[in-house]
Ligand binder design. Structure first.
Ligand code: TNX
Length: 767
């Protein structure tokens, strides 16, 4: 029977093919659904004129049907019709699931049914159907019979957009919302205010937009000291805000507004200087970084101002959550300000081992705002600094950005948390190490790094894991002046993000994701959205094999590409070795690889590997910092050398601790030199080595010192990679212990004075 149906299909397809193009849909979508089950060999033929039926009294379902009409047109050039009693496509409610965003998509030879646990669930089913359609301008689509059952892993799936540092128009923000909708993201965190510009009309304080939305000029590059001399500004009227909120809501996206306080408020102080500790004068900030000009917490007028503003914000945004920032509030002014100190005394706040009295003043401030929001039926979200102080707003939700640890601390204090760590999901960071990348703030988060991020910390107690509400990526826009650039930074990292947010962790697979990504990139081309093309290059994975017998090289590219490579340093061409499977190298080699997509050669990837066959193992005696552990000890002897960026996974970072490693050689060997590299970036509190000690042993127990060197403390800011060699008289050894002492007390020239600094180390060599 199946065979007959299939033959009829082939026949039908051929007949139709004579008149109009026909293509088959796949269900290879991003985010990967929970379950996709093919339901036999039958197909449904979707053609122009097909009708979408839905419960007509339900406005949201009517809107869902209209979305499907426009999506089908946009992807496949199909002309579907919304409305009618019994359509070939049925949208319905009533799926029995405790997850309100769940849906089921069923295709049989009779038609398509999308059934949701809510209208939002139906919307996600529509997104899956939309992404399954072939990309063409017109024609007929064969939908293979299938049953897809799907629901999101996390209920908070966010993307942040900073419109203060650079402003994006209403139309651009709507496109951003469209990008979110395509990826089943349900929260837009809108960062509306910051030192460099206030972007939301507040009726009671008109100067906020008259003065606060404009800066006289903008710094060039990374706070170079030179300015462009060009006035910059922009803001949204309340009417425009309502329009954007409604646009998002139709797409099941809640906008979480952020008014960042009490720091990041220099634009407000430029308008109302009496709200600052010194009274000014102030101006809207023209450079990046953290300002010490913050709201005065000792002034009752300040709290009144904040509440007045939030009152209007609450009126505009129906979101349950309101974000009040709370990050990077320097306390310099508060320490000097009589009003702030007076408030501290009145409240009886005092320094203790954990927190300063000024930190406690901030937590009092935040708790007061939380109380106000709760009176208005809302809940407060703040950046993880709101955990500082002992008056942490009792019901606050914490956005963990500085370190994963803060998400865990929040959960252990029984607060909800949203994971948004700068180590993985800061989309203002570099996504590729290519020299030609547009200038970014720094950092490193490749598509792969984002994809492999696991938001539930493995050491968080199972009974507290429900406090992790979800995941969000942030787009800070200091270095992102245009919307096209914003899209470039976000796509396709948003694809990786949405699988972290939606797909069950156990079914994720990076290689399979890259294959599915290919179609999304074509979709972006069709929609005219800019995106980063690195993913078309070869992405290489190098790993020491278990027994350390060589470096295993795996090369990847998105679906459809072919990879050619060389191992002799020559440039690869299509006549070079063709890559088919991972291989192992056991020497010093240069791997150069190139992907070819649709006949177009992509930029060559090149890597120097220096496998050392003397080494059989390495053990660390002190733990690296939790954010900079990467692949652990073997990172130091894996034949891969770290470059100028310390976050790539090639460097191990230690803070308050030292690198202390024992390297085991395969057999007793004559040695006379140990080398290593350090990566320094004092602006990020990363300092150079202070002392190096080399010891050797024959049994791994009794060590003898063979070299020791001390290095002076740094005296000014710097960023570099440096190679060190320690030479000593030839000795025979099977174990080599390397101790590299970090900067335990940051020197006085630096803002981190007296705190411990980081040390980043890579590639220890033994000769
Ligand atoms: C830190 S993340 C900030 C922002 C910057 C960002 C740049 C956070 C809560 N604060 O003000 O734009 O770094 O990556």
């Amino acid at each position: 029977m199946k065979k007959i149906i299939y033959s009829i299909f082939i026949f039908a397809a051929t007949v139709v093919a004579c008149t109009a193009p026909q293509k088959t849909a796949d269900y290879e979508v991003i985010p990967l659904p929970v379950s996709v089950q093919r339901a036999g060999d039958t197909f449904f033929v979707l053609e122009d004129g097909a009708v979408i039926s839905y419960p007509e009294e339900n406005e949201k379902m009517a809107k869902n049907a209209q979305f499907l009409v426009s999506y089908a047109k946009e992807s496949a050039g199909l002309d579907l019709k919304a409305g009618g009693p019994s359509g070939q496509i049925t949208l319905e409610l009533g799926l029995d699931s405790s997850n309100k965003e769940a849906y089921e998509l069923t295709v049989s030879d009779k038609g398509v049914v999308i059934r949701g646990a809510s209208e939002a669930g139906v919307f996600y089913g529509i997104q899956t159907l939309r992404k399954s359609l072939p990309l063409m301008d017109r024609g007929t689509v064969f939908l293979p019979a299938v049953k897809i059952s799907d629901e999101p892993r996390f209920r908070y799936r966010g993307m942040m957009l900073d419109v203060s540092r650079h402003f994006f128009s209403v139309e651009e923000v709507k496109t951003y919302i469209d990008m979110l909708a395509l990826h089943n993201i349900n929260r837009l965190h809108w960062h509306l205010t910051d030192d460099q510009g206030w972007r939301i009309e507040i009726k009671r304080y008109p100067k906020l937009t008259e003065i606060g939305s404009k800066r006289a000029q903008t710094v060039i590059g990374r706070n170079s000291g030179e300015y462009d001399g060009i006035p910059y500004g922009g803001f949204y009227t309340q009417e425009q805000i309502r329009e954007v909120v409604a646009y998002a809501a139709e797409r099941y996206i809640t906008i979480v507004p952020e008014v960042d306080m009490p720091g990041h408020m220099q634009a407000v102080l430029a308008c109302y200087p009496e709200l600052g500790c010194t009274g000014g004068p102030y101006k809207v900030r023209e450079k990046w970084g953290i300002s010490s000009d913050v709201l005065c917490a000792g002034n009752d007028k300040t709290l009144q101002f904040v509440k007045d503003v939030l009152e209007e914000v609450v009126g505009l945004f129906p979101s349950e959550y309101v974000h009040i920032g709370g990050d990077e509030c320097l306390k310099d002014e508060w320490m000097r300000c009589p009003k702030c100190q007076n408030r501290i005394r009145q409240l009886g706040l005092a320094n203790d081992a954990q927190h300063t009295k000024e930190q406690k003043l901030q937590s009092w401030f935040v708790a007061d705002i939380e109380h106000f929001l709760e009176e208005h039926g809302r809940r407060l979200i703040g950046w993880d600094e709101i955990l500082e102080g002992d008056l942490v707003a009792p019901n606050a939700t914490v956005m963990a950005w500085r370190d994963l640890r803060y998400g865990m601390t929040a959960a252990r204090l029984h607060h909800d948390a949203i994971m948004t760590p700068s180590s993985h999901v800061y989309f203002d960071h570099y996504q590729d190490l290519d020299q030609n990348e547009p200038l970014a703030i720094g950092g490193y988060s490749s598509v792969g790094r984002v994809y492999n991020y696991e938001p539930i910390p493995s050491d968080l107690e199972p009974e507290l894991r429900h406090h992790i509400l979800g995941v969000q990526a942030n787009l800070w826009t200091e270095y992102i002046p245009t919307f096209s650039h914003a899209q470039y930074m976000v796509l396709p990292r948003m694809d990786a993000l949405c699988e972290v947010q939606w797909t069950p962790a156990g079914t994720k697979d990076y290689g399979a994701f890259c294959n599915r990504l290919n179609k999304m990139l074509h979709f972006y081309d069709k929609l005219g959205w800019n995106y980063a093309k690195h993913i078309y290059k070869v992405s290489a994975d190098f790993a020491l094999d278990q027994e350390m017998e060589g470096i295993k090289v795996s090369l990847n590219t998105v679906k459809g590409g072919e990879i050619y490579y060389t191992l002799d340093g020559s440039e690869p061409t299509i006549k070079s070795l063709r890559y088919t499977a991972p291989f192992v190298v056991q020497d010093k080699v240069v791997v150069k690889a190139m992907a070819v997509h649709d006949g177009i050669p992509q930029t060559v990837m090149s890597e120097n590997l220096s496998y050392d066959n003397k080494i059989s193992g390495i053990e660390l005696l002190q733990e690296p910092h939790r954010s900079y552990r990467f692949n652990g000890a073997s990172t130091l002897v894996d034949g891969l050398t770290g470059m100028q960026n310390y976050r790539t996974g090639r460097w191990l970072g230690f803070c308050g601790k030292d690198l202390e490693a024992i390297i085991k050689l395969k057999s007793e060997t004559e040695i006379s030199k140990v080398g290593f590299n350090t990566c320094v970036a004092t602006s990020d509190w990363v300092f150079d080595v202070r002392q190096a000690i080399i010891e050797v042993s024959e049994d791994g127990i009794h060590f003898k010192k063979v070299a020791e060197e001390s290095y002076p403390a740094m005296t000014s800011n710097d960023a570099y990679v440096k190679h060190y060699d320690l030479l000593f008289e030839t000795v025979k050894a099977q174990y080599v212990k390397v101790t590299l002492v970090s900067e335990h007390s940051i020197p006085a020239f630096h803002g981190g004075k007296d705190h411990p600094g980081f040390i980043f180390v890579d590639e220890i060599s033994i000769d």
